[in-house]
Design a protein around this ligand. Structure first.
Ligand SMILES: CC(C)(COP(=O)(O)OP(=O)(O)OC[C@H]1O[C@@H](n2cnc3c(N)ncnc32)[C@H](O)[C@@H]1OP(=O)(O)O)[C@@H](O)C(=O)NCCC(=O)NCCS
Length: 329
C-alpha cells in the first residue's frame, strides 16, 4: 500500500454579502432590543445576501479567493465539497453549480449536510481524499443563505443568524507548504430534530399548504437546550483535540461563531484566556457552515495564525453533530 500522504491547506478565502441587518433594524421587526441581543449573544449586525445571491454564487466568490491564495487554477481541482443547509435547491448538489461557475469540467464532488459542523467535517473529508491519493486537490466550500430559512417573526431565532461563505483548498503538504492537517474528530448524537432544524419540505413533512401555513419551512430551535449542549461540547472538543499536544502548542481556537457567551463559557471551562479564541460574531452572527470558514480566513488575513502553532477549529450544531479539525500553520 502507498504511504498516506501528508496534507496541507494551500489557500483560504471568504465572501460576505454587502447588506447589513443591524440590531436597530431587528428592533423594528420583532419585540427585541439592541441591549438584549448584544448582552445575550454578542451580535451587533449580520450580513444578508441580495435576492440574486444564493448559496452557490457566494460560495464561488469565496472559492475564487481561496484558489487565488493557493495560486491554483480551477481546473487543477479534482474534488469539490460544499457544506450547506441552504442549498440552491434540494438537488442537484450545490457543489455542481460551484464547479460550473468556476469553469471546472473534470472535478467530482458532493454536498455535506452536517449543519454548523459541516465545514469542520469537510476538512477531514477533504484531507482524507488527498491523503489516500483519491484526489490531488480538493476545494471545500462552506456557504449559507440562512436568511431564506430564518423566520423574521420569531425573535428567538431571527437575531442570531446571517449569510456568507468561506473556502479552503486542500492539497499535499509538499505543494501547500503550510497548514499541515493533523487530524480531527466527527461525532453525532441523533434524534434531535425537535431541538434544531427545518421541519417542513422534506420527506417527513413534504411541502404543502399546511406546512407553509404553519411556517414549517423556517428554522425551529430550542435555544436554551442548544446553549447547554454547545458550552459542554465546545469545551470537550478543545480538550480532546489538544490533549496529545498540550496547550503550549496552541495558536488559536477558531470556534463556530454561535454566541459570544457560549464561547466565553467554554474558554473558562477549559482554562484558556478568551484572547486564544478568534471571535467575529459581532459582525456576522451565526453563519452555520460558513462560520468557521469565515473566521479562519479573517484570522489568516489578520496575521493571527502563528507559524508552527496548532489552530484548533471546533464546531457543533443540528443533529446534534460536533467535531474538530487541527491544522499546524
Ligand atoms: C437563544 C439564546 C440567545 C437565548 O439566550 P438565553 O440567555 O439562553 O435566554 P434566556 O433563556 O435567559 O431567556 C429567554 C427569554 O428571552 C426571550 N427572548 C428570546 N429572544 C429574544 C430576543 N431576541 N429579544 C428579547 N427577548 C428574547 C425569550 O422569549 C425568553 O423569554 P421568557 O423567559 O419570557 O419565555 C441562547 O440560548 C443561545 O444563543 N442559544 C444557542 C442558539 C444557537 O446559536 N443555535 C444554533 C446552534 S448551531
Amino acid at each position: 500500500m502507498k504511504p498516506i500522504l501528508p496534507v496541507g491547506i494551500a489557500g483560504i478565502g471568504s465572501y460576505v454579502p454587502e447588506g447589513r441587518l443591524t440590531n436597530a433594524d431587528l428592533e423594528k421587526m420583532v419585540d427585541t432590543s439592541d441591549e438584549w441581543i448584544l448582552q445575550r449573544t454578542g451580535i451587533r449586525e449580520r450580513r444578508i445576501a441580495r435576492q440574486d445571491e444564493i448559496a452557490s454564487t457566494m460560495g464561488i466568490e469565496a472559492a475564487r479567493r481561496a484558489l487565488e491564495d493557493a495560486r491554483m487554477a480551477p481546473d487543477e481541482i479534482d474534488m469539490v465539497l460544499c457544506s450547506t443547509v441552504t442549498p440552491d435547491q434540494p438537488f442537484p448538489a450545490t457543489c455542481c453549480a460551484i464547479a460550473h461557475g468556476l469553469g471546472m469540467n473534470r472535478a467530482g464532488g458532493f454536498d455535506i449536510e452536517a449543519a454548523c459542523s459541516g465545514f469542520v467535517y469537510g476538512i477531514q473529508i477533504g484531507a482524507s481524499f488527498v491523503a489516500s491519493r483519491a484526489a490531488r486537490n480538493v476545494l471545500l466550500v462552506g456557504t449559507e443563505k440562512l436568511s431564506t430559512i430564518v423566520d423574521y417573526k420569531d425573535r428567538n431565532t431571527c437575531v442570531l443568524f446571517g449569510d456568507g461563505a468561506g473556502a479552503v483548498v486542500l492539497t499535499s503538504l509538499e505543494r501547500a507548504g503550510r497548514g499541515e492537517y493533523l487530524g480531527g474528530h466527527m461525532g453525532m448524537e441523533g434524534g434531535a430534530e425537535d431541538i434544531l432544524g427545518v421541519p417542513g419540505g422534506g420527506s417527513r413533512h413534504p411541502a404543502s399548504h399546511e406546512t407553509v401555513e404553519k411556517r414549517m419551512h423556517y428554522m425551529h430551535m430550542g435555544g436554551t437546550r442548544v446553549f447547554r449542549f454547545a458550552v459542554a461540547t465546545m469545551a470537550e472538543q478543545i480538550e480532546l483535540a489538544m490533549k496529545p499536544y498540550g496547550y503550549q502548542q496552541l495558536g488559536l481556537v477558531v470556534p463556530h461563531q454561535v454566541n459570544q457567551r457560549i464561547i466565553e463559557a467554554a474558554a473558562e471551562r477549559v482554562g484558556l484566556p478568551i484572547e486564544k479564541f478568534f471571535v467575529n460574531i459581532d459582525r456576522y452572527g451565526n453563519t452555520s457552515s460558513a462560520s468557521v470558514a469565515i473566521a479562519l480566513d479573517e484570522a489568516y488575513r489578520a496575521g493571527r495564525l502563528e507559524k508552527g502553532k496548532i489552530q484548533c477549529m471546533v464546531a457543533f450544531g443540528a443533529g446534534m453533530a460536533w467535531g474538530h479539525s487541527l491544522v499546524r500553520w
